[in-house]
Design a protein around this ligand. Structure first.
Ligand SMILES: N[C@@H](CCC(=O)N[C@@H](CS)C(=O)NCC(=O)O)C(=O)O
Length: 135
């Protein structure tokens, strides 16, 4: 009887482990897409076209005269899968998610903070014209 219980518990553990590996491997192609995109462009913003936080992050780069590579997740059939993969990589489900030279900067608040501190301009190797703008 005890042996049967132990065998059942082991079977359940094996089943759960295999289900976990199926679910994480299903985001693998999109994870590869996210990583490739991040490594192929200086500035990448994963965004949603209607999102006010995303507009704010984009405005920061406009202020610095930089043109980010923007992926509008809501305008793609695979946007939800990309968002899932992105969430696994950065640990956040919200947009925007901003990357510079492969480095994860964070969301809109993080981007504005990095702009205001001058870190963003430094990362991009550009001069800041005006520190007075509010986002
Ligand atoms: N504090 C975050 C707020 C970002 C946020 O709340 N974004 C909304 C869209 S405007 C979001 O991602 N909602 C969940 C979703 O769209 O899946 C930041 O600074 O980036």
């Amino acid at each position: 009887m005890a042996t049967r219980t132990i065998v059942s518990v082991i079977a359940v553990i094996i089943l759960a482990a295999s289900l976990c590996s199926v679910s994480s491997s299903s985001t693998a192609p999109k994870a590869a897409f996210v990583k490739k995109t991040i490594s192929s462009h200086e500035i990448v913003i994963f965004s949603k076209s209607y999102c006010p936080y995303c507009r704010r992050a984009k405005a920061v780069f406009k202020e610095l005269n930089q043109v980010p590579y923007v992926i509008e997740l809501d305008e793609r059939d695979d946007g939800r899968d990309i968002q899932d993969a992105l969430a696994e990589i950065v640990g956040r489900r919200t947009v925007p998610q901003v990357f510079i030279n492969g480095k994860h900067i964070g969301g809109s608040d993080d981007t504005v903070e990095a702009y205001e501190s001058g870190d963003l301009a430094k990362l991009l190797g550009v001069e800041m014209d005006d520190k007075g703008d509010e986002f």
